[in-house]
Design a protein around this ligand. Structure first.
Ligand code: ZN
Length: 258
C-alpha cells in the first residue's frame, strides 16, 4: 500500500494501538483477526458531506456507532489484531464487493444519499481503488501473516429500524460455515445474559457476509459476524462489559474448536 492509501484503513494490535506506534508486531499476536468495516463515519471534505446534515452523518446510516471502541477493547482482551476502515460506509461500504449495488449506497433506511445519486462509473472505480482496495489488501496481509486465524467481524445495529423495535441484542451471523457460530451459541448457553439470535437482524441474503466469504470461507478459516445493538455499547462502561462478555465467549468457543 502507498502512504495515501494507508490513511483509509487502520490496523490495531493487542495493545489497541495502531501498528508502528509502539504496538507489537503481528508475529506475536494470537491468531485472531477482528474486522470493523463500518468503524468510521468520516466523509472526506471533498465530498461536501454527501449532501447530508451533520446529524445524519452522526447517525447509524453513516457507520456502526460503538463498534470500533468495543472492538478495540476486545483486541486488548484477546491479544488479537483489528483491521478497521477509516471512512464512512456511505462513501464505500467495505463489507460489500465492488460489483454490489449497495457498495456505494443510493439510500439508507429511506434516506437518499444525494452525493451518491449521480455518481459516474469512473467515480465509482476511483472509490473502489481509494477506499476498498487498501482495506482488502490490509486485511489480506493481516490474515496471511497469521497461522489459520479466526476471523470475527464486529458491527452494531440500530435498536429501531424503519419504525420497528428490535428485540435481538446480539446477532451471531454466518454464511455457509457455521462451526464457530455453533460453538459461540453453545458457550452462550441456554440462558445467555443477552438476547442472542442466529442470523439476526440481518442474514446472508442481505449481502452482509462479504468479508466472511471473501477472506475466511475462501481460506477455510473459522469465522463469525457479531452484530451488537448499539444502545448496549453507547458508553465506555457498556463497551467494557460487552467487550469482556464477547471476548470470553470467543475464548471459550476457540477452546472448543481446538
Ligand atoms: Zn456494520
Amino acid at each position: 500500500m502507498n502512504a495515501s492509501a494507508e490513511q483509509w484503513v487502520k490496523v490495531f494490535n493487542g495493545e489497541s494501538k495502531p501498528t508502528g506506534e509502539g504496538g507489537r508486531n503481528s508475529n506475536n499476536m494470537r491468531p485472531i483477526v477482528l474486522v470493523c468495516e463500518h468503524a468510521s463515519n468520516f466523509v472526506p471534505p471533498n465530498f461536501n458531506g454527501l449532501g447530508l446534515s451533520e446529524k445524519q452523518l452522526q447517525s447509524h446510516i453513516a457507520w456502526d456507532p460503538g463498534a470500533l471502541d468495543t472492538a478495540k477493547l476486545m483486541v486488548s482482551k484477546l491479544d488479537a489484531t483489528l483491521v478497521a476502515s477509516q471512512v464512512s460506509r456511505l462513501i464505500y461500504d467495505c463489507n460489500r464487493p465492488p460489483h454490489s449495488s449497495t457498495a456505494i449506497p443510493l439510500s439508507s433506511e429511506q434516506q437518499s444519499i444525494p452525493g451518491n445519486s449521480s455518481i459516474t462509473p469512473a467515480e465509482k472505480e476511483q472509490r473502489v481503488e481509494t477506499y476498498y482496495r487498501p482495506f482488502e489488501t490490509a486485511l489480506t496481509q493481516c490474515i496471511d501473516s497469521l497461522v489459520s486465524p479466526l476471523v470475527v467481524t464486529i458491527h452494531s445495529f440500530t435498536p429501531v429500524y424503519l419504525g420497528k423495535k428490535r428485540d435481538v441484542e446480539i446477532g451471531v451471523l454466518y454464511d455457509t460455515d457455521q462451526r464457530f457460530a455453533d460453538a459461540f451459541m453453545r458457550q452462550a448457553g441456554d440462558q445467555p445474559r443477552f438476547n442472542i439470535q442466529r442470523n439476526q437482524p440481518y442474514a446472508p441474503t442481505d449481502g452482509v457476509t462479504h468479508t466472511l466469504k471473501h477472506h475466511a470461507l475462501s481460506r477455510g478459516l473459522l469465522n463469525v459476524m457479531l452484530e451488537i445493538r448499539n444502545d448496549l455499547i453507547s458508553t465506555l462502561e457498556q463497551q467494557q462489559k460487552m467487550a469482556a462478555y464477547l471476548a470470553n465467549l470467543i475464548d471459550l468457543s476457540l477452546l472448543e474448536n481446538t
